[in-house]
Write a protein that binds this ligand. Structure first.
Ligand code: MN
Length: 240
């Protein structure tokens, strides 16, 4: 049997199998939220091309792959995404990694768009400003530590400011892991995957981390910080 007829017979035998899960239509359990501002709104700090690819392709892929993973598991359809990613040990093994990566990706990017804005930046005022000064000494010292943490991520990941009980912490996560997986509440995060900056900054991640302060929406971060009680199980914490 030559290669062509082998392939044809393989395809034919697959076609004769009873309907399987692959014929199942993918449910739109989660949807890609629109960007809360135009693609070019964060210029010159984050360029329009990066925003288009990042939102329309990368974030969309996380949503699609999450839906694809969850479709065959109706028992998971009524749980909220924060429940899923905080209880990964209870997710069926065949989709656990997919839920971790794509569910985390969906949550992280939804938060990322929300904590940025054109005309952002500056020194944070209000409760978050006071808490940052109390924890890190000054806003400038916080920025320095956050940038260093962002630079320290080897490969793809995120750098975060989180609330851990009553304390603020800077931490990093690999891949699309969320601080919620450690029981910590993300106040803001910067995406240090190369897809977030490479078109404009190439290998200069440090320049991207410095420029990014100009688009941080401290009003939203302050709102997240002041929410009481913080309910990490509510998906609504991501929709501000
Ligand atoms: Mn990203």
């Amino acid at each position: 049997m030559n290669r062509r007829s082998f392939l044809l017979s393989t395809i034919a035998s697959v076609a004769l199998l009873p309907p399987l899960a692959e014929a199942q239509e993918i449910k739109s359990l989660y949807t890609l939220p629109p960007l809360p501002y135009p693609y070019d709104a964060l210029e010159p700090y984050i360029d329009e091309g990066t925003m288009r690819f990042h939102h329309d392709r990368h974030h969309a892929a996380y949503v699609n792959n999450l839906n694809k993973a969850l479709t065959p598991y109706p028992e998971l359809h009524n749980l909220c995404l924060t429940d899923l990613i905080q209880n990964l040990d209870q997710i069926p093994a065949p989709i656990r990694t997919a839920v971790r990566n794509n569910g985390g990706g969906h949550l992280n990017h939804t938060l990322f768009w929300a904590i940025m804005t054109p005309n952002g930046g500056g020194t944070p005022a209000g409760a978050i400003g006071e808490a940052i000064t109390a924890e890190f000494g000054s806003f400038a010292q916080f920025q320095e530590a956050f940038e260093q943490a962002g630079l320290s991520v080897f490969g793809s990941g995120w750098v975060w400011l989180v609330k851990n009980g009553d304390r603020l912490e800077i931490l990093t996560t690999p891949n699309q892991d969320s601080p919620l997986m450690q029981g910590k509440y993300p106040l803001l995060g910067n995406d240090v995957w190369e897809h977030a900056y490479y078109l404009k900054y190439q290998n200069r991640r440090g320049d991207y981390l410095k420029a990014w302060w100009n688009v941080v929406n401290w009003e939203v971060v302050n709102h997240r910080f002041s929410q009481k009680p913080l309910d990490p199980k509510s998906a609504s914490i991501y929709i501000i």
